[in-house]
Design a protein around this ligand. Structure first.
Ligand code: CP
Length: 334
């Protein structure tokens, strides 16, 4: 049984097959291939796009989706093996996964890291424990990676640029008042390097480098795909001749769980906002972001409203790629 936990577990050919299926579904969205099928969508954190697109996508394929918010409208869940459950959680993932596997054909989970201890969070143990106990395929709806977002991004780039190999892809850290999850940034490196892009990670200083498991994977994928991977702190160097600027803000990992200390770094980097002047350095480059995005904090109105901004295309493509993922995991074809 195959899960969709990380694109690192899927070959480029498999991912490309998902993108082709998603493109077909975009042309012809309504089907009955998943009639009688269901997906449980467990959200431990808020969502607009992911929740809407999975629910709607399953309905467009003839199935149904059930949204659960453990700790709000469903019992709180304990994920640690061997836990003595004297805290808030009323049931263990072993039973939750077992029960949902009896009812549903797929389970999706959003579980952001806890922002306390990165050596713990970097293991992605919450979704892995769900996958261990589930007897149906599990889909990652964002943990320390966001693989559905990755596919939507790559689908969008291919729609606008055709062949993406050796195009300059810049992942830029951008300003935000709080230290955020690194998931989308990790994911952007993975997918761009897997598809052979020349990837530049732009961040203010070394403390904002991403976890080595993702930077190392990006280097490895770049070698395999004929692309490249490098990092810089020089804004002008990064933006110059970029074909794609992808923005995300994230917290400095050496200060993980210490937002006050992290702020002492972060407060110096408001100028990393994506603006028209920086975008003018690019090779008529595209701009995108996973959304949600704080306007005039992460990117200016001018950037968000420009023709080169494809963030809405990327958000729409979440719907199409997730339908492809659900179909593929359930062995359905068009
Ligand atoms: N990009 C994304 O996952 O959006 P939501 O947090 O709204 O689901």
């Amino acid at each position: 049984m195959q899960h969709f936990l990380s694109t690192m577990d899927w070959t480029v050919e498999q991912l490309d097959g998902l993108l082709k299926l998603a493109a077909d579904l975009k042309q012809d969205p309504i089907h009955e291939n998943l009639r009688g099928k269901s997906i449980a969508l467990m959200f431990l954190n808020p969502s607009m796009r992911t929740r809407t697109s999975f629910d709607l996508g399953m309905q467009q394929l003839g199935g149904i989706a059930i949204v659960l918010q453990p700790g709000k409208d469903a019992w709180g869940v304990e994920f640690k093996p061997g836990a003595v459950m004297e805290g808030e959680a009323e049931e263990h993932i072993a039973e939750v996964a077992g029960v949902l596997s009896r009812y549903c054909d797929l389970i999706g989970l959003r579980a952001f890291p806890l922002f306390k201890d990165w050596p713990t969070d970097r293991e992605d143990a919450v979704i892995r424990s769900l996958a261990k106990h589930a007897t149906v395929p599990v889909i990652n709806m964002e943990t320390i990676v966001h693989p559905c977002q990755e596919l939507a991004l790559m689908m969008t780039l291919k729609e606008h640029q055709g062949e993406v190999k050796n195009r300059k892809f810049v992942l830029t850290w951008t300003w935000h008042p709080r230290p955020l999850n690194t998931a989308v940034a990790n994911s952007a490196l993975l997918i761009a390097s897997k598809f052979g892009m020349d990837v530049t990670l732009l961040c203010p200083e070394e403390a904002y480098r991403l976890d080595p498991q993702f930077e190392t994977a990006a280097s490895r994928f770049a070698v395999q795909s004929g692309g490249s991977f490098g990092a810089t702190h020089d804004i002008e160097e990064a933006y110059t001749d970029a074909d794609v600027v992808y923005a995300k803000s994230w917290g400095a990992l050496p200060f993980y769980g210490q937002p006050g200390e992290e702020w002492e770094l972060r407060k110096n980097y408001r100028h990393f906002i994506v603006d028209e002047k920086k975008m003018a350095l690019t090779n008529n480059g595209l701009f995108s972001h996973c959304l949600p995005l704080r306007r005039n904090v992460k990117a200016t109105d001018g950037v968000m409203d420009a023709d080169y901004c494809v963030a809405l295309d990327e958000a729409e493509n979440r719907l199409h790629v997730q339908k492809a993922i659900m179909m593929r995991l359930l062995g359905a074809n068009l």
